[in-house]
Design a protein. Structure first.
Length: 226
């Protein structure tokens, strides 16, 4: 909720904001950036992102990321899925720095049991996070999820081995309405080749959009891909 002063300046009016911060709705994935990217999957350091899996004495090893949410925004999707799939390792990738930082901070707060009001309202609205956490899992709730800032259109093979991922999610991607910008869409023939590389045999891609033309584009490209 935001406190807003009316035109007369006499009283505060409470209005609801869908998002925790004011940011641009989308970013240009083809623009130059200064992201710190590993040279290859073997060079990716996951210990700072999923610390509960590392420096253990019980033989438990980090299994690697299994579910990937591309363009995860504020991280709500991976946060909720992490409680439904507590035995999987989930990662969100977000290109906007402010958004990715908030998603990281909210997950850290959830691990400490101190979610902000925006997250609390989201979990309550969706009925998420109420499932009992299995006692036989090696890590606690929300330790199996995190978000990084990166550009999925450029760097996925730098993070993931061939056949590593079980599922990939593309939720409400930028439609890039102008024809000259269609190369920026997250589902294209060249990118599908990369997704096929990092997905294991039988792996799944999930897409959702509220733009009919984008849905037809994605559906056609997925159907045509071998």
């Amino acid at each position: 909720f935001l406190n807003v002063v009316d035109e007369a300046g006499k009283k505060n009016v409470r209005s609801f904001s869908r998002f925790p911060k004011k940011v641009r709705a989308h970013a240009n994935p083809l623009a130059d950036d200064s992201m710190n990217v590993p040279r290859n999957p073997e060079g990716a350091d996951w210990s700072a992102i999923y610390p509960a899996y590392f420096n253990r004495d019980d033989g438990v090893k980090f299994p690697g990321v299994q579910f990937l949410d591309v363009g995860c925004a504020w991280g709500g999707g991976v946060v909720c899925m992490s409680t439904v799939f507590p035995d999987k390792v989930l990662l969100g990738v977000e290109i906007r720095a402010v958004v990715a930082q908030y998603a990281q901070d909210r997950i850290l707060a959830l691990r400490k049991g101190q979610p902000d009001q925006y997250t609390t309202n989201m979990l309550k609205r969706l009925g998420a996070g109420q499932e009992p956490h299995p006692a036989d899992l090696p890590v606690g709730r929300y330790e199996n999820v995190n978000v990084i800032r990166s550009n999925a259109m450029r760097y996925l093979p730098m993070y993931f081995r061939k056949g590593q991922l079980e599922k990939m999610f593309f939720c409400f991607a930028d439609p890039h309405f102008r024809k000259r910008s269609h190369s920026r869409r997250i589902i294209t023939t060249p990118l599908l080749a990369e997704y096929a590389y990092v997905l294991q045999p039988g792996g799944m891609i999930y897409v959702i959009t509220d733009v009919q033309e984008l849905w037809e584009w994605m559906d056609a490209h997925l159907e045509r891909h071998p």
